[in-house]
Ligand binder design. Structure first.
Ligand SMILES: Nc1ncnc2c1ncn2[C@@H]1O[C@H](COP(=O)(O)OP(=O)(O)OP(=O)(O)O)[C@@H](O)[C@H]1O
Length: 290
């Protein structure tokens, strides 16, 4: 067992994890996670149920002690857990006043602005707010604490589709204005397009992929053509699907290789974040890469 050491992070990285591991009794929930999150970016943490996302965020936020490895974060960290707990008898305004007492640095205006933006009444008891409104109170508390690193576990879970789009939009505005780094876990991958710059993909507690999203997606191409055992290019097949007389391959091209020209009846198309994540999750569910 290695002792966890708080490591200083260099200026370009807001979060750094080295060989991070966490177990519950004898079962490892997280193993050998090494990555860096660049400062001032939005990073998406995705993975199947039980992949270890909450465990990773809790360790990064210092709420759980790692059993091995080291983690370092630059500056102040705010973490909003999946449950987004608020005191039921407190009004939203009481919660913000509590925030002022609990945080050395507190920006009430910013927190109030967030609640007003989402039309959450300041004078109503949190127990009488909807689940989505309660989540907004928890976000406002985190935003008001002016974090350098904001970690949100399933922030979009209770929100209606419009609120989801507005929350991600507001988060991007906060990132642009304050330079903070956001790490958010989600299953709503389709709505991360244009939001996340960086991806961490967890499977069975291990980091399956991580890095700049544009680079990652540019390395992958989807080919659809006549039913066949292999794709029309050299590369690593992430996913192969065959339906009737047609085959579709999601291929990771060899590093540094420009996109090859494909002859014949094959149609190529760029890979979206959703394509990529679903293919990776399907592969791990079948036991590949697990
Ligand atoms: N307190 C705990 N005690 C024992 N095992 C736990 C505990 N918390 C989580 N685990 C186990 O650790 C693994 C990772 O759980 P975790 O909650 O981190 O996954 P997750 O990716 O956040 O899942 P979900 O998407 O369902 O929220 C799972 O196998 C889970 O059963």
């Amino acid at each position: 067992m290695t002792t966890t050491v708080e490591e200083p992070v260099d200026t370009a990285a807001a979060v750094r994890a080295r060989g991070l591991g966490k177990r519950y009794r004898t079962k490892w929930a997280l193993r050998d996670c090494t990555f860096e999150l660049p400062a001032g970016k939005v990073a998406a943490l995705v993975g199947a149920n039980g992949a270890g996302k909450t465990t990773l965020m809790s360790v990064l936020a210092g709420l759980l002690a790692a059993d091995e490895g080291a983690v370092g974060t630059a500056g102040r960290v705010a973490f909003v857990s999946q449950e987004k707990p608020v005191y039921r008898n407190f009004t939203a305004d009481d919660v913000l006043r509590m925030g002022a007492h609990l945080n050395l640095l507190w920006d009430r205006q910013r927190a109030v602005r967030w609640l007003e933006r989402f039309e959450v009444p300041l004078d109503r008891a949190c127990g009488k707010l909807s689940g989505g409104q309660q989540a907004q109170v928890a976000f406002a508390l985190a935003i008001g604490s002016r974090p350098d690193v904001l970690m949100l576990d399933e922030p979009l879970a209770n929100l209606d589709p419009l609120a989801r789009r507005e929350v991600t939009g507001e988060l991007l505005a906060e990132v642009a204005e304050t330079g903070m780094t956001v790490l958010l876990s989600t299953h709503v991958v389709a709505e991360l397009g244009g939001v996340a710059d960086h991806l961490l993909l967890l499977a069975h507690g291990r980091l399956l992929a991580g890095g700049d999203l544009d680079d990652l997606l540019a390395q992958h191409v989807s080919y659809t053509g006549p039913r066949s055992e292999a794709p029309p290019v050299v590369g690593e097949v992430v996913e192969a699907r065959h339906r009737g007389g047609q085959s579709t391959f999601l291929v990771k091209l060899p590093e540094g290789q420009s996109r090859p020209v494909v002859a014949g009846h094959w149609a190529e198309r760029p890979v979206t974040l959703e394509d990529y994540v679903l293919a990776q999750l399907a592969a791990t569910r079948k036991g590949i890469g697990a």
